[in-house]
Design a binder for this molecule. Sequence first.
Ligand SMILES: [Mn+2]
Length: 198
Amino acid sequence: MPDRKIKHSRKTNETNIEISLNIDGNGNSNINTGNEMFDHMLSQLSKHGLIDLDIQLVSGDSGLGWHHVVEDLGIILGQSFSKCIGDGKGITRTSHAYVPLDETLVRNVIDFGGRGYFKLSGYIGDSDLGELSGSLITHFLETFSREANCNLFTTILEGVNNHHISEAMFKSLGIVLKNALTLDPRRNSIPSTKGTIS
Ligand SMILES: [Mn+2]
């Protein structure tokens, strides 16, 4: 089995982030972005995706309202996934997952076909999300999908409480990541008739 782990860091004039990712992990996380709600969401992704994730915000201009931190995390996490996936040999490639949380129901559909695209259907507001917001979550998913080279369709089918909606979005994302990226022992080739997903 290939080693699908990476240590990656990104330093710009806006943020300095260090990340360590293991796609074939056990769901262990140590996440310190400085934004408690964002940490809570990324730990959902780790836990339900069986992904080991260590994220440290060394420095960031969070005084500007978290936009740069959330955006740069989308970039570095997406790039880390893309690097770990490599040519995609043996991956399942597509997956979908419905996740309910009380009054909320969210569906994610993903395809690691080498193209970056994100579409959100349904509505998430900005209240009840600590220092995060619906628009920042949307921007994170958009950035992540582009950098990870996956198509991601997130649909909020039901939901009133933004915290529940957000949590179901990240749980469901963790599950589709796990299922799409799990190596199928019968698949000894790249899952594309074109011969490439990069
Ligand atoms: Mn919660």
